[in-house]
Each structure stands twice: as C-alpha cells, then as structure tokens.
Design a protein around this ligand. Structure first.
Ligand code: GTB
Length: 222
C-alpha cells in the first residue's frame, strides 16, 4: 500500500474526553502503529456522523470506521481483527494460540467492556435520580467481579496468553475505561498490565496522535 492509498480511519473532531484516548479510534490507531501501517484520519463532528455519507460507512453513525482500497469496515473489534490478520505482529502464527488471542479480543469486548461502560453510562443517564447511589453500587460490584476474575487469570504474567497480542491490545483499552472508577487499583497486577500496554511505543505514538487532534482544536486564550 503506497502513500496515495493509505487506509483512512474516522475519529472525533472534538473528543469529549479532551484527548485522553478513551474513544474507540484509540485502539484502532494503536493496532495500526503496532503493525507499522501508516494511515490517514478523517475527523468528523457529531453532526457529520449522522449524515448519509457517514451512515453509509457506519450504520449506527459512530466512529471509528476504516476504509482501505474498496473495503469499508466499522466496529473497532472487526477493524482490529482485520488488521491483525492482514499484518504480522498482533496474532500468533500457531493456530491454537491465534484462536486464543481472538478469544481474548471477544472477552474484552463482550464480557469485560459491557459492565464498565454500563457503570460509566449510568451516571449520564440516571445520575440525578434518587436511586442512583444504589444502582451505582450494584454496577460497581459487577465491574469488581469481572476485574477480580481477570486479575486471577492474569496472575503474574505479562500478557493474557504468553506474547502480547490483539487480545491484550483490546483488553488494555477496555480496562483504561475503568481507570477513573478507582476499581482497577484493587488489583496491582491489572494496574501493572495496563501500564505495560501504555508503555509500548506503538501505544504512545497512537496516544500522541489523538492528543494532537485535541491540542490543535483547543481554542486559544485571547
Ligand atoms: N461497538 C462500537 C465499536 O467498538 O467500534 C462502538 C463505537 C462507539 O461507541 N463509538 C462512539 C461514538 O461514535 C465513540 S467511542 N459515539 C457517538 C455517537 O454514538 O453518536 C465511545 C466513547 C466516546 C467518548 C468517550 N469519552 O469522551 O471519554 C469515551 C468513549
């Protein structure tokens, strides 16, 4: 793929997290950096995401999307799986190890991410309701259970299944979303796992690139 045909991803023109890398383009950027694939970014506003041109790429009007030659993908998991299969570096070669790495991708997306996102969303949706504190405690418990189970499986290993894989990339980005809850700190091994992921040069390049979007768009003081 030459410079004229770089893949293009979409990302928030103005991310609500102010460049903290919580939006899901971050995991796609990280995967692209891990495999050494240069890419372009098309920044979109919330309004643009709901227009027909973007809806043709993403039926739910969200980011990230991925375009490469005639192929258009949405869903961060599908995009990363595509990259991991097309390039070396994110999935082991050996078939069983490869299947286990894909299993961890799904576990991150289907089993660990939902309770974390539910806890986060509850505050937006019901933060002003009289029963919110009770709901929050229940949702926190669900996150606690998942984190304890994951921590038990990780043990003192560096990564979930021997070498770093797309499964770890996905899990680290999912766990980052729980950083503000304080619940990760109950498990030193999980906190260290996330730190290990964030220390990877590819993560740092991806993080810097998405932060740059925020820095460039920030209104300057008069
Ligand atoms: N399942 C899809 C995937 O994995 O790609 C989910 C995609 C998704 O949720 N996209 C969000 C989006 O486009 C951005 S990542 N939302 C706009 C909309 O639905 O209209 C979710 C997100 C957004 C912001 C923060 N933040 O500011 O902290 C964190 C996460």
């Amino acid at each position: 793929m030459n410079a004229a045909t770089l893949p293009i991803i979409t990302a928030f023109e103005s991310s609500p997290d102010q460049g903290q890398g919580m939006a899901r383009d971050m995991r796609v950027r990280w995967a692209l950096e891990e495999v050494g694939q240069p890419y372009d970014v098309r920044l979109v506003s919330f309004e643009t995401m709901k227009q027909p041109a973007h809806l043709a790429l993403h039926p739910f009007g969200q980011i990230p999307t991925y375009e490469e030659d005639g192929l258009a993908l949405f869903e961060s998991g599908a995009i990363i799986l595509h990259l991991a299969r097309r390039h070396t570096g994110l999935l082991p070669r050996e078939a069983d190890a490869r299947a286990r790495a894909v299993t961890w991708m799904f576990a991150a997306l289907n089993t660990v991410e939902p309770p974390i996102v539910e806890l986060e969303q509850a505050e937006y949706i019901a933060g002003d309701r009289p029963w919110y504190a009770e709901l929050k405690a229940m949702l926190e418990n669900r996150v606690r259970v998942r984190l304890a189970q994951l921590a038990a499986r990780l043990g003192d290993a560096d990564w979930l299944d021997s070498a770093f894989s797309a499964g770890d990339l996905m899990m680290v980005t999912v766990l980052r979303r729980a950083e503000d809850t304080g619940l990760l700190e109950d498990h030193l091994n999980l906190a260290a796992y996330v730190a290990r992921g964030k220390a990877r040069p590819a993560y740092q390049r991806a993080f810097a690139d998405q932060l740059e979007v925020f820095v460039r768009s920030r209104p300057r003081a008069p």
